[in-house]
Design a protein around this ligand. Structure first.
Ligand SMILES: [Cu+2]
Length: 81
């Protein structure tokens, strides 16, 4: 039982990652990145700091991973460092 609870807790624990993204220049870019990454299943939060060129993502590790998040940003036309 305890084992089961621990596994559930780990599985549903949110992961946080901050990516350095080149190419974002205005609020349009910010919204494009937000909607592209936010559309991925398992992503619960996307925050973009335009001046710092950083994208902070909160996601569930059992549903999505960093490779998919990076691919979504690159597909939208921006470069992940
Ligand atoms: Cu822009």
């Amino acid at each position: 039982m305890i084992q089961y609870i621990l596994e559930r807790k780990v599985r549903f624990m949110a992961n946080n990652a901050v990516l350095n993204v080149e190419g974002m220049s205005c609020m349009h870019c910010v919204n494009t990145v937000k909607s592209s990454v936010g559309a991925l299943p398992g992503v619960s939060k996307v925050e973009v700091d335009l001046s710092a060129k950083k994208v902070a993502v909160t996601y569930e590790g059992d549903k999505v991973n960093l490779e998919k998040i990076k691919a979504a940003i690159e597909d939208a036309g921006y470069e992940v460092q």
